[in-house]
Design a protein around this ligand. Structure first.
Ligand SMILES: [Zn+2]
Length: 491
């Protein structure tokens, strides 16, 4: 591992004690592992995708449910996602202030008043008490990312910092300690909260330049791919950066120019053609590590001009192509790898209550899952690969068109190629249960981790699954999986 002075400073000060033995993470690894261990661990996150988002995309894609590749996975679970507290900075205590209570989350009693939207500025009436309950006490993507990566509950805004303001060791660092490669892939900026949680530490997700600099100059991850290019706008058009802020997502202007001119430990790629060549194994690499920043500013597609589907930015790869490129690089390590792959703009489309583009983004994610599963089938199958497909929290509460009168009315299927009928009840995150699909060694440990039961899940089409675990249980599983003693390589 290539540690810069800055990273060394982080690891060598007061943080060292925390990193050596963070209490919650110690629990995660001390459990050990029974049964065969995965060589590779792949976590795929459709950011901000509540049940309705998966359902709506499947209706559009297939005209029915049950056709996604992950529908065939042996493990289906539900999980809670709430943070330790909703503070935006450390509160220096470990008292949980939030929970999830099924009876309240699905209450049919009348709700009180309305909540103003954070993004749309609309008023969202609380038609039922259940709607009102899940709109409160939600996690942000930083605390949720930290729960997934480091298996701790913490304050919103935290990128792998605990509630006393100390950095904690997370899955990519455990993987590195075990000799594995690590990577992050996202359809949004490389330094956005979710990829950041698997590649960096920061007291606040909003410190994009610091996070980008840590990711690129310290180089924990072997592969970093996403958006955030300073020289391109949201339509993928070349433009002169207006200010230093244009460079923030790639660590600031200095880091960007170093990276783009080959003066970091990464091979820099940015064109769609290079991403596609890499995915096919046809791109000659001069360095073992790859930093791919697609030629677009915020996100591959969602922020492009116009409305609805179609007229995609043509100069950027899709998430499936980036994912296959990442796997191509990471699989060169015979000890295996950990990678997090995120459909990051699903969440943004939910914030915008944009039904057409949330379906478009979720389908892009679904295609990436299919590409990853096909790769797994060519590379050791589900005997060597643990794949988890999930989200980090709900967002937007899209229910059926009459869900103001009929509580939790499901979205209405209009057939393949048609947008389903939905009504949005909020424009930000929720404290709802979310779905998890998993396959491969250790997947069943998520079922074993269940601590609660929700008798209402039939309302979202999950009547056969009622038990739920917590988002930190995924962190615990993947940390244990990558930390496990290495078995002899099959290569
Ligand atoms: Zn999120």
């Amino acid at each position: 591992m290539n540690l810069s002075r800055r990273r060394f400073a982080l690891l060598s000060t007061a943080a060292a004690a925390t990193l050596a033995a963070p209490a919650i993470v110690r629990t995660a690894t001390a459990r050990g592992w029974s049964g065969p261990r995965p060589k590779n661990v792949i976590l795929m996150i459709s950011d901000g995708a509540g049940f309705h988002t998966w359902t709506a995309a499947s209706y559009y894609e297939f005209g029915e449910l049950g056709r996604q590749v992950y529908d065939r996975f042996p493990v289906k679970t539900l999980m809670t996602t709430f943070p330790l507290n909703t503070s935006s900075k450390p509160t220096n205590d470990t008292t949980p202030t939030i929970s999830y209570e099924p009876a309240k989350a699905w209450s049919l009693a009348p709700g009180q008043g309305d909540l103003g939207g954070e993004i749309t500025k609309k008023k969202y009436p609380n038609f039922f008490a259940g709607y009102e309950y899940v709109k409160k006490n939600y996690t942000d993507s930083a605390a949720a990312g930290t729960a997934l990566a480091a298996s701790i509950k913490t304050f919103n805004n935290s990128i792998n910092f605990d509630n006393t303001g100390r950095p904690v060791k997370m899955v990519a660092e455990f993987a590195k300690s075990a000799g594995k490669s690590t990577g992050v892939v996202s359809s949004v900026q490389i330094s956005h909260a979710t990829p950041a949680a698997f590649a960096a530490h920061n007291i606040s997700r909003n410190n994009y330049a610091e996070i980008g600099r840590e990711m690129i100059e310290d180089g924990l991850c072997d592969v970093i791919m996403g958006a955030g290019h300073p020289m391109f706008d949201n339509d993928g058009r070349y433009r002169a950066p207006g200010s230093d802020k244009a460079f923030q997502y790639v660590g600031g202007a200095d880091t960007y120019f170093k990276a783009a001119t080959g003066r970091t430990s990464y091979q820099w790629i940015e064109t769609r053609a290079d991403f596609e060549r890499l995915a096919k194994g046809e791109l000659k690499l001069d360095k073992p590590k790859v930093l791919g920043v697609a030629q677009v500013h915020n996100t591959l597609q969602f922020n492009r001009s116009g409305q609805g589907m179609g007229n995609l930015n043509a100069n950027v790869p899709d998430l499936a192509t980036m994912s296959l490129g990442a796997l191509e690089v990471l699989a060169r390590n015979e000890r295996g790898f950990f990678v997090m792959i995120e459909g990051g703009a699903v969440d943004w489309a939910a914030h915008a209550n944009d039904t057409a583009r949330i379906v478009e983004e979720q389908i892009d994610f679904n295609r990436a899952v299919r590409a990853v599963v096909a790769w797994i089938e060519r590379n050791g199958g589900f005997e060597q690969n643990l794949l988890i497909v999930t989200t980090d929290h709900g967002n937007g509460m899209a229910y059926g068109p009459e869900s103001d009168r009929y509580a939790f009315q499901p979205v209405i299927n209009r057939g393949k190629g048609q947008l389903p009928d939905v009504t949005w009840h909020y424009d930000t995150h929720t404290n709802e249960l979310v779905p998890v699909w998993a396959a491969g060694p250790g997947a069943e440990q998520l079922v074993a981790a269940s601590t609660g039961e929700d008798p209402h899940t039939a309302l979202v089409g999950w009547g056969d699954v009622r038990r739920y675990h917590d988002i930190t249980d995924i962190g615990r599983l993947i940390i244990a999986a990558v930390s496990a003693e290495q078995r002899a390589s099959a290569n």
